[in-house]
Design a protein around this ligand. Structure first.
Ligand code: GLO
Ligand code: MG
Length: 346
């Protein structure tokens, strides 16, 4: 397999999932954190992503001091294993206080809960040795348009960003947009929205973004273009590669599984724009197919990485000169076939 020394790989504990969906229970047994950490090492990955309650389980029942103590213990474990914590994300979509949204809830007490929990996430990130906090704004949107005021919600989101930025002068916030699911419509559906709202924050230089392939596809966009756009702003601080077959629920398929060419173009722009050169990780936000047997439950991760590495090879060996000639001649017909032939290996 190709070696891609520039890239560092990572996944989150939730990517070792058990197959539950809204219509049926788990199809594989749950594994412990230790098992997941060992698996990640065995796969040769370099980092792990954390929700706040992945880092400190049952976080809501613990005192701030206890939370920090457990975070410190985790840091020790990770250092001992040579695994970096890539980011920490506040899980603002499980707790009863987030039922009507978090930062944009109509209830001021619930909004306070969301901001306080996010500040604690920042404290955990600091202990784990990362300056990156990811905000997947899961419930910041509406089930029905009339239930919230979009302008006010934008102001509330900016207020929340400012509160987090003020809490720690070094922390960077990466917004992970997604247009739908679990909401009907989300307030920050695309990278354009994420970078625009970053501009309203008190310190825009510390608000950037994270692109997930499936989320871009769900917005009807090309993930490669989203990557190029974010890189033009110097704001792509993390990446969730996966795949998605059209406008359905969020499928989190293995990278390249649904559309190899779309995957190729993502890798091509990463290569072209130098993603990873400042230490950014390539994360796979993928899940096993529900039918997957326990003994195959790591394949979605190793396969995603294999596809990525092979596409890096394809990007590096792309017949650039021949392609440029066809571009100059406006011969997009043959350019199309050149790409297909290259991918098919002929
Ligand atoms: C779901 C998101 C989710 C986030 C994770 C980190 O659609 O992709 O997996 O990436 O919670 O914030
Ligand atoms: Mg994601």
């Amino acid at each position: 397999m190709a070696k891609s020394p520039r890239y560092r790989f990572c996944v989150g504990p939730w990517n070792f999932s058990e197959g539950r969906d809204p219509y049926g229970p788990e199809t594989r047994p749950a594994q412990s954190f230790d098992w997941k950490l060992a698996a990640l090492k065995e796969l040769g990955f370099d980092g792990m992503m954390f929700h706040d309650d992945d880092a400190v389980p049952e976080i809501d029942s613990k005192s701030p001091a206890q939370v920090l103590k457990e975070a410190k213990e985790l840091r020790k474990r990770l250092d001992g294993e040579g695994i970096k914590a890539e980011m920490v994300a506040p899980r603002l979509w499980f707790h009863p206080n987030t039922i009507d949204g978090a930062y944009t809830s109509n209830d001021p007490k619930q909004r306070r809960y969301a901001v306080d929990r996010s500040k604690q996430t920042i404290d955990i990130a600091r202990v784990l040795g990362t300056d990156l906090v990811v905000l997947w704004l899961a419930r910041e949107g509406t089930y029905l348009r009339e239930s919230k005021d979009g302008r006010r919600s934008t102001d509330l989101l900016v207020e929340a960003l400012d509160a987090m930025l003020a809490h720690d002068k070094r922390i960077r916030l990466a917004i992970e947009p997604k247009p739908n699911e679990p909401m009907d419509h989300a307030y920050i559906p695309t990278i354009g929205h994420a970078l625009a709202i970053a501009g309203l924050a008190k310190d825009p230089s510390r608000v950037g973004c994270l692109i997930e392939s499936a989320h871009a596809i769900l917005a009807g966009l090309d993930p490669a273009d989203e990557i190029d756009f974010a890189m033009a702003f110097g704001k792509l601080w993390s990446l969730h590669l996966n795949d998605q077959n059209g406008l359905k629920f969020d499928q989190d398929k293995p990278f390249g599984s649904a559309n190899l060419r779309v995957a190729f173009n993502q890798v091509r722009v990463l290569e072209r724009t130098g993603y990873g050169k400042n230490g950014e990780f390539v994360c796979f936000d993928v899940h096993p197919f529900r039918t997957t047997k326990p003994e195959h439950a790591l394949k979605h991760l190793s396969n995603s990485r294999e596809t990525f590495e092979r596409l890096v090879e394809k990007a590096r060996s792309f017949p650039e000169k021949a392609a440029q000639k066809l571009v100059a001649d406006r011969n997009y017909q043959d350019l199309d076939q050149l790409v297909l032939n290259h991918l098919m290996g002929t």
